[in-house]
Write a protein that binds this ligand. Structure first.
Ligand code: BGC
Length: 913
């Protein structure tokens, strides 16, 4: 048995940690089965001195164990040793460390510095200082932040590998600082330069593309802490001795792009201006930083019909292009970005709206590489101007996002579904850039709470999102008020708006998801006031019927069941949606209160939940079980949120089935109904129907976009219309993760990986077969270790393979078996007989008449039965009807005839394969 992956606050040996009571987690890796931890011991030391010894504790807890030693001191390295024992008498140990940061912002003794350049100056200021170090150096740390986004160079080399520091938080209350380790510093003359771009702080941002959301001057604050080998220390800090100039970055805006002039030499420099910004707002970096996580080579050079030189990277991504070039001095290269080509094959940047996303590079006559610093784009294609010969090898797409640990994989027998999974993960990567954004390309890129809420469950399968969301939830809470509730975007640059259902519910749903996924109760504790605050906000706005029926709502945003209208809210009654979420969130708050042992609150919210449910039934469900809006989404909410009375569930399910049948087995849901539609069907014994909807590949469906060549999830079901035109409402992103929320159903229902106890301490493996998919293999790296569920159903045999990590247990429900199996950790395989056939026949009663008549065999057989039938002049009018529609009123004899033709066609297909 081994202890692996010792993590401190989810991180490996973190440096610059300001958590006063860090939590320790480790994984037990063992070749034995049924392994459970029986005891652990944690020892923390500082420079050899014992700071905390937990002693040997009889416990099976191996995740998020809180430090209980004396108060930590700033800028200090702590060593951590963990020992653990298991039920087989084995012993393992692991070691790690953490280093505290400044612990509080007021421990910064540096001054904030800014510049007093003229207002029209767009170039990024470069703050710098030359400094002398006299003695042999042991360690160097730099603590830094900015108003704007910054990059530090030490003696010409960039510090660290992150981008967009200090990240985006609610700067009115919170601003992160970063810690850098510097290994190369030598005694003698040294130079530090800090370049600051406008970023989110001062840059052009928001729907109307205005600047200065938080302030009109960028600034920076930094300290270099040098520890000499003789034990003495020195701090070099930003103050009035620094100078400021402008450099090669002549302009940079997140939406607009960056201009780098490598011929630019600035002779002028000015003294800096010392300024102030509340240091109490400073917090250490809370989530993983944004990094370049992958580099994609250029795939193809395209000269478009309009003559544009376009490079295709084969994948929509978020980031920028690195260009290697040997140009003439002053030669200007322009790089534009777009997600798509139009149907004629021309460059199509319209989905960016006003975010023009143009990077401009001016060459210096040497061989050089250009890479933007303070901008990012959402794109697949770039159009190049200013270069005669394009060598694809000189262009690389750099993929940028918060560097979360990948945790999930999903593959199956259907290649379109595998592409869907890839699209979901790419949309997550494209939109988890420091905050969860709606889209990464147009003039938005905002932390829309609703989008994050509907996608969070899927996100947590694909990547470890604990730190990412913990940071963002703190901002959410910091933006929340009694008067307006939870804003629609976090950080909120849209001003005060009353909270809206499904969007503001992120305040409750996401902390609960983090608790369930990682067993992290501290998030619940930290967010508790925000969670209850949101429910209480709604309660305060309810009418005498106990329901929330006033104010603006997004409803089932972008649902297809209402003609596109200005409000885009779908056909489901917006207040039905609002009250469904009100009940759902209240119940989650009740559960959170229970976890936190707040008994009075638990009772209060439990009573409230019952009252809302009653009022909901009274208002939205008739005495005979009809919903006021019989939309797919309304039925889904009534069932999935467990709102309808037991006696009405059957009828509501029938309404849902009828509605789906009326849409020829297609969905018509928007942001609210989509994440739950397939879950609801699966939970209510209609997994078959969920599977049918899931595998549809004509409009509207998940696979429709895949078939249209999508490499990310689209904002709309019809972002690209069947005829190749783009949807033209002015709101059409090709990289919007909300509908990627189906990913959770794929992991939970198809692969069957579920948690039964927080953090997957107890796991439910319940794979569910579906027609059209013959194997699924999924893995999820939980906080305890890897979980695997894989099945195949072929040739009358079902095979299931399961892996359960040490220190957890599982319940396994095998497909087509009644009895659940209790499992301890280990690897298991099962194989048994079945009569189930999952392969889909190519032809069915749902095939169109044309599909049949395209087959010579069908024509031959039909004419054998009824000579001249296929030549009948009326037959062409029925081409697009399904066979069951054609036969709706036909005699039984015709039905039998068509069925036999279909059978013959399928047999023919089988013999071909
Ligand atoms: C965003 C959405 C968001 C919505 C709410 C849009 O502009 O892109 O995804 O949730 O607005 O109105």
């Amino acid at each position: 048995m081994e202890l692996k992956e010792l993590r401190i606050e989810y991180r490996k040996n973190p440096v610059g940690l300001d958590v006063t009571k860090p939590r320790f987690s480790w994984k037990i890796v063992s070749t034995e089965s049924n392994v459970l931890q029986t005891a652990y011991r944690i020892v923390v030391t500082k420079a050899g001195e014992l700071i905390w010894d937990s002693g040997k504790r009889e416990s099976d807890t191996s995740v998020l164990i809180e430090y209980e030693g004396s108060a930590l001191t700033a800028c200090t390295v702590y060593r951590v040793q963990v020992e653990a024992w298991d039920n087989n008498g084995n012993y393992g140990a692991a070691e790690g460390s953490f280093e505290t940061g400044l612990l509080k912002g007021t421990n910064f003794s540096a001054d904030w510095i800014t510049h007093d350049f003229a207002d029209e100056e767009t170039a990024c200021p470069v703050f710098f200082k030359d400094f002398q170090l006299e003695k042999e150096i042991e360690t160097v740390r730099v603590y830094a932040t900015s108003l704007g986004i910054y990059e530090i160079k030490m003696n010409g080399e960039k510090l660290g590998d992150s981008f967009f520091a200090p990240g985006w938080t609610n700067y009115n209350k919170r601003l992160q600082y970063q810690t850098y380790t510097v290994d190369e510093l030598q005694p003698g003359q040294n130079k530090i330069e800090i370049t600051v771009g406008n970023g989110w702080y001062k840059g052009i941002f928001g729907f109307v593309c205005t600047p200065n959301h938080y302030g009109d001057r960028v600034a920076t604050l930094a300290e270099i802490h040098v520890k000499y080998s003789d034990g003495t220390k020195e701090i070099i800090k930003t103050d009035n001795t620094w100078k400021v100039t402008t450099g090669r970055i002549r302009s940079s805006e997140i939406y607009m792009g960056e201009t780098i002039d490598s011929t630019f030499i600035n002779q002028k420099c000015s003294p800096v201006v010392v300024t102030t910004f509340d240091k109490n707002r400073l917090v250490a970096q809370e989530s993983e930083p944004v990094r370049i996580t992958q580099k994609l080579p250029a795939k193809e050079l395209i000269i478009t019909p309009k003559g544009e030189k376009v490079i295709d990277f084969g994948q929509i991504l978020t980031g920028f292009i690195k260009v290697k070039v040997h140009g003439e001095t002053g030669q200007k290269i322009t790089v534009r970005h777009a997600e798509a080509l139009d149907k004629d094959g021309n460059f199509y940047p319209d989905t960016l709206r006003q975010a023009i996303s143009v990077d401009t590079f001016i060459c210096n006559g040497q061989e050089q590489s250009f890479l933007p610093h303070f901008t990012f784009h959402g794109f697949r294609y770039i159009s190049i101007e200013g270069l005669d010969n394009i060598d694809l090898e000189n262009f690389t797409a750099c993929v940028l996002h918060t560097d979360m640990e990948p945790t999930g994989t999903f593959t199956c027998s259907n290649q379109l579904v595998n592409q869907l999974q890839s699209n979901i993960q790419w949309s997550q990567r494209g939109n988890f850039l420091d905050i969860p954004t709606d889209c990464p390309q147009r003039d938005e890129r905002l932390g829309w709470t609703g989008d994050a809420q509907v996608f969070a469950g899927t996100a947590a399968y694909n990547y470890n999102v604990s730190l990412f969301f913990t940071k963002w939830l703190r901002d959410l809470a910091s933006e929340q008020t009694k008067e307006f509730g939870v804003p629609h975007v976090v950080p909120n640059i849209l001003g005060d708006q009353d909270g809206a259902a499904a969007w503001s519910d992120a305040a409750v749903i996401i902390p609960w998801m983090i608790y369930e996924t990682y067993g992290d109760a501290r998030v619940l504790e930290a967010q508790y006031e925000s969670m209850t605050g949101w429910v209480d906000y709604i309660t305060a706005r309810c009418g005498s019927n106990g329901l929330w029926q006033i104010g603006f709502q997004y409803g089932d945003w972008l649902a297809l069941d209402k003609e596109e209208s200005a409000d885009r809210t779908g056909a489901t009654d917006v207040y039905l949606v609002a009250n469904a979420y009100y009940a759902y969130s209240t119940n989650l708050v009740r559960k959170a209160a229970e976890v936190l042992n707040k008994h009075e609150d638990a009772e209060k919210y439990s009573n409230l939940y019952r009252t809302i449910k009653k009022a909901f039934n009274k208002e939205y469900i008739t005495a005979t079980g009809r919903l006021v809006s019989e939309t797919q989404t309304a039925c889904v909410l009534a069932l999935y949120f467990d709102l309808a009375e037991e006696k009405h569930r059957k009828r509501i399910l029938q309404s849902l089935e009828t509605n789906i049948a009326n849409h020829k087995n297609h969905l018509s849901t928007g942001f609210v109904g989509t994440p739950y539609l397939c879950h609801t069907l699966t939970e209510n014994n209609r997994h078959d129907l969920a599977g049918t909807i899931f595998l549809k590949d004509d409009y509207p469906s998940w696979l429709y976009a895949v078939k249209k060549g999508a490499t990310t999830i689209w904002e709309r079901w019809n972002s690209i219309l069947p005829n190749g035109d783009f949807e033209t409402s002015g709101m059409n992103s090709l990289n919007h993760y909300a509908y990627g929320s189906i990913g959770e159903w794929m992991y939970r229902r198809l692969a069957g990986i579920n948690q039964l106890e927080p953090g997957y301490k107890k796991i439910l493996i319940k794979p569910q077969l579906m027609k059209g998919i013959t194997f699924v293999e999924a893995t999820y790296k939980s906080v305890y270790g890897k979980i695997k569920s894989a099945w195949t159903c072929q040739n009358q045999r079902i095979k299931v393979e399961v892996e359960i990590p040490a220190n957890t247990t599982a319940l396994l429900l095998l497909p087509e078996k009644e009895e659940p199996i209790e499992l301890g950790s280990g690897r298991y395989q099962y194989e048994y007989e079945t009569t189930t056939v999952l392969e889909i026949e190519k032809f069915s009663m749902e095939s169109t008449l044309k599909e049949l008549l395209d087959e010579p065999l069908a024509v031959e057989l039909l004419n054998q039965h009824s000579p001249g039938l296929t030549e009948h002049p009326m037959i062409q009018f029925a081409h697009n009807l399904s066979i069951s529609e054609v036969l709706a009123k036909a005699p039984d004899e015709s039905v039998v005839m068509f069925k036999s033709v279909i059978e013959a066609l399928n047999q023919n297909e089988q013999s071909k394969s």
